[in-house]
Design a protein around this ligand. Structure first.
Ligand code: ZN
Length: 249
């Protein structure tokens, strides 16, 4: 990203939190947690999904079709077969833009084309994949694209840190990094304790799950801690779709 594009993204993200919001009151009966993985690195599937399974939990994996099977300096990417395997195991497949371009760089037609292409790509992998939820590439929301996303998705997740509770903007859901350099076990515990106090919905986001993760991923131990600490507090891990249904959305 250029400096100008960075500045545009930052301003868009700030505005998107404040402007064009349609508040929705979450009606969940008890606190919830969702584990989400973006892009999708191979280890999110081979390690992350396996650890979720140990806790009988399901995750949400936000796919940008162009990134699958493509080389990355950060990690080995998942394949189309990996995504199909996740889907058949009951995990939710979510939507990024196909090209992974940030939404504030797209006009309405380009945005629609990105989503159409990603949806078509995912249905070509398995035509029973249903896309209901979106995550902003780079976590950057676009003030002008939010209402458009609202017509296509039940929710859009950013990376603005916070626990979702009470009145939320479904097209600007907060999320907490499950990223080894950004959160530790104590901070995860404090996040859950806050969720218990406010009957909140914690949405974690991350990428790879590896012993030596990228700067955007986490270790298997951190993911295990997040699952263990949730289960100790009786906080149920749900996919984004399941959590939204529990919240009456
Ligand atoms: Zn991404």
């Amino acid at each position: 990203m250029t400096m100008l594009s960075h500045a545009k993204a930052r301003i868009n993200n700030r505005l998107a939190r404040l402007v064009g919001t349609t508040p929705f009151r979450l009606l969940n009966q008890k606190p919830m947690v969702s584990f989400t993985f973006d892009d999708v690195p191979k280890t999110a599937v081979t390690v992350g999904a396996e650890i979720l399974k140990e806790y009988s939990s399901l995750g949400t994996f936000y796919v940008a079709g162009s990134l699958l099977d493509s080389p990355s300096p950060l990690w080995t990417a998942a394949s189309g077969d990996d995504i199909v395997a996740l889907h058949r195991d009951g995990h939710e497949i979510g939507c990024h833009t196909f090209s992974h371009r940030q939404t504030c760089d797209l006009d309405a037609a380009a945005m629609a084309a990105e989503i159409e292409r990603n949806g078509r790509f995912l249905r070509s992998l398995d035509d029973t994949i249903r896309i209901e939820n979106f995550a902003y590439p780079f976590g950057v929301a676009a003030v002008l694209r939010k209402s458009q996303l609202g017509t296509m998705f039940r929710s859009s997740r950013g990376i603005f840190p916070g626990v979702n509770s009470g009145k939320v903007d479904l097209q600007f859901l907060y999320a907490i990094p499950l990223i080894s350099g950004q959160i530790d076990c104590d901070a995860i515990d404090r996040t859950y304790d806050e969720a218990l106090r406010c009957n909140g919905w914690v949405v974690f986001y991350g990428h790879d799950v590896a012993a030596s993760p990228s700067p955007y991923g986490c270790s298997p131990q951190l993911l295990r801690h997040a699952l263990e600490a949730a289960s100790r507090r009786n906080i149920q891990a749900l996919t984004m779709s399941q959590a939204l249904s529990s919240a009456g959305a």
